[in-house]
Ligand binder design. Structure first.
Ligand code: ADP
Length: 369
């Protein structure tokens, strides 16, 4: 059988464990030797106890746990060729020529680079006498399949990333809690949610909590947003609403690209309307907790497909990302998605909002409409 390994890298998200479980079990079912790589690329470089063989039971009882049991990390060393050379040696020592990378676009970019360099790295290891030519012949190439674990849903090419649905669940619970107190005291609450440069969490949270207003980076408000905001809130109050909820994405900006912070929004409301206005920055509670049913199943389906994809690849196959597209699990070219994801940021930097929204893709657009 072939040898494969799975690792999680970059920011953690709920549902990663489910994906790890599914990769391991599908791999074993197909007759592969399966390894865990602990602590992302750092573990790949450090080797030894950080690369351990998995068995069927080692992934029991993890589907319901948040985060990732095999650890995740950012790793400076992997961005250097010397780090990747060590990682290559550790994989070749175990005949691992198939990798499932669960991470964000940074981790996937690193995996793609690693695959491109692989034949050179192997040659270098032979030249340095660190591996035998026979060993090198057994591992001429490495195959890569990627899964996107991110609470932000910031990756182009998939409708949903693993962990987004659970983060939304956490945000909803927090907003509901805030609403009940705001109701009693006739307050306005400005709630800041995560998402980095992506407004998906803020957008969907606003829709699902019937917020009065929402600030996201991809579709900034008009320049006179202060007046528009205050009019909207005052109108809601005049219709008998006892509270206001405003959702601000952590990456929110105005039409000139300047940051709109939750404190700025609070001051606008408090100073112009005189409402008792509070800011709540949800922070890391959004990342944690048990994965939702959706994320468990998404991780399962994507993990199984990643393993099958690896078994079907040839040395010429470009790395793929497993994505969900209209409730179908499909394979899409990894670097195409990475480039599109980077293009969204570029569009926002250039203040081209139409393009940013278009590039974000269908699930984002639908919610914005
Ligand atoms: P994410 O995967 O969530 O986007 P990062 O961008 O921090 O998170 O990337 C995670 C890790 O992936 C980095 O710490 C680094 O080890 C590796 N990585 C990211 N970009 C590259 C790159 N261009 N080349 C090599 N490795 C990279």
């Amino acid at each position: 059988g072939r040898a494969m390994a799975v690792f999680t890298s970059g920011g953690d998200s709920s549902g990663m464990n489910s994906a790890v479980r599914s990769v391991v079990r599908m791999g074993l079912y197909l007759g592969c030797k399966v390894y865990f790589i602990y602590e992302g690329y750092q573990g790949m470089i450090d080797g030894n106890e950080y690369i351990k063989e998995a068995d069927w039971n080692s992934v029991s009882d993890i589907i319901q746990r948040g985060g990732t049991i095999i650890g995740s990390a950012r790793c400076k060393d992997f961005t250097d060729r010397s780090g990747r050379l060590k990682a290559c040696k550790n994989l070749v020592d175990r005949d691992i020529t198939n990798l499932v990378c669960i991470g964000g676009d940074g981790s996937l970019t690193g995996a793609n680079l690693f695959r491109q360099e692989w034949p050179e790295l192997i040659q270098e290891l032979v030249n340095q006498g660190k591996i035998t030519p026979e060993k090198a012949n057994k591992c001429p190439n490495i195959q890569i399949a990627g899964l996107v674990g991110s609470i932000d849903n910031d990756f182009c090419g998939t409708d949903m990333t693993i962990g987004t649905d659970t983060a939304l669940q956490r945000i909803m619970e927090a907003v509901d809690a805030v609403v009940s107190t705001a109701q009693s005291h006739q307050r306005a609450f400005v709630i800041e949610v995560m998402g980095r440069h992506c407004g998906y969490l803020a957008l969907v949270a606003a829709l699902a909590s019937e917020a009065d207003f929402c600030f996201i980076p991809e579709w900034p408000p008009p320049t006179n947003w202060r007046e528009i905001l205050c009019e909207k809130l005052a109108h809601s109050r005049s219709m008998g609403q006892r509270l206001n909820i405003v959702i601000v994405a952590e990456g929110a900006i105005d039409r000139e690209g300047h940051k709109i912070s939750s404190d700025m929004v609070r001051d606008v409301v408090a100073n112009n309307l005189g409402y008792d206005t509070r800011t709540t920055v949800l922070g890391h509670v959004q990342r944690g907790g048990n994965p939702s049913a959706f994320d468990r199943l998404l991780g399962c389906r994507m993990g199984a497909e990643a393993t099958i994809a690896l078994m079907e690849m040839t040395p010429e196959s470009e790395p793929c990302v497993i994505s969900i597209d209209g409730n179908q699990i499909v394979r899409v070219p990894l670097m195409e998605c990475v480039f599109r994801t980077k293009a969204v940021q570029k569009a926002m930097d250039e203040l081209d909002w139409e393009l940013a929204v278009k590039l974000r893709g269908r699930s984002f657009q639908r919610n914005l409409d």
